[in-house]
Design a binder for this molecule. Structure first.
Ligand SMILES: Cc1cc2nc3c(=O)[nH]c(=O)nc-3n(C[C@H](O)[C@H](O)[C@H](O)COP(=O)(O)O)c2cc1C
Length: 209
């Protein structure tokens, strides 16, 4: 079992990157339960908590779903690599390995939204905070993960295999495992570039780093 990582909240926010290379170590039931507990502490509209976590491990249906997802991820990365013209790099290597070994990913979680009304453009706001909590909690327990969208390519097949009702949205597919590499500083834009004050386009002078 990986050691619990006593990483502080701010350090966790600053270093939790998408982890796509996993060792073969399993994620224990205890750790998974705790990670999902923290994920479920996320806010949601009117505190309705309609997010749902569909965990794919090694059950019969999970194996079928993982195979579907593996094919979708390989097709997704293939299309992205060709469209964006990725040159050989660490990133491209880790993506290739990620999709090639998708079926061996220790844990796959489909994060769903159990809708109680017609789809609306704001509904993601009640499920993505739980996704980010899940990733941060996984980090705290010594795991790493990635939030992905390539499951949408096989949404119909997943619904059928996993008996997911029509009123449930498949909001994200999160993969988890013990990282082979490390978390670390994130490549993100500076505060000044992404912040305006008073009017659109006016960057604050206090935000220079
Ligand atoms: C809405 C959303 C969709 C994403 N979709 C994918 C995806 O389909 N496949 C994937 O490998 N990563 C996906 N990611 C992960 C991002 O590529 C990653 O967070 C981003 O490149 C920054 O990388 P870093 O977190 O390692 O710094 C997604 C992230 C978000 C927030």
């Amino acid at each position: 079992m990986p050691p619990r990582d006593p990483v502080g909240l701010l350090e966790g926010l600053a270093t939790t990157r998408a982890i796509r290379r996993y060792t073969d170590e399993p994620v224990s039931d205890d750790d998974l339960r705790e990670i999902l507990w923290y994920a479920g502490r996320a806010p949601s509209g009117s505190n309705r908590q309609r997010f749902r976590f569909l965990v794919l491990r090694d059950g019969e249906r999970s194996v079928v779903a993982r195979r579907l997802l593996g094919e979708a991820f390989r097709a997704g990365w293939n299309a992205k690599r060709n469209a964006d013209g990725y040159r050989p790099s660490r990133f491209a290597d880790s993506m290739q390995r990620y999709v090639d070994r998708f079926e061996q990913t220790p844990i796959v979680v489909l994060v769903c939204l159990d809708r109680y009304r017609d789809p609306d453009p704001m509904e993601g706001a009640s499920v993505y905070p739980a996704c980010q909590n899940l990733l941060l909690a996984a980090r705290a327990f010594g795991y790493g993960g990635a939030l992905t969208m390539w499951h949408l390519m096989v949404e119909d097949e997943l619904r059928e295999t996993l008996e997911i009702p029509d009123h449930v949205a498949l909001s994200a597919c999160i993969t988890l495992g013990v990282p082979e590499g490390r978390h670390g500083p994130l490549k993100r834009k500076p505060v000044a570039e992404v912040t305006f004050v008073d009017r659109w386009g006016e960057h604050p002078d206090w935000a220079d780093e």
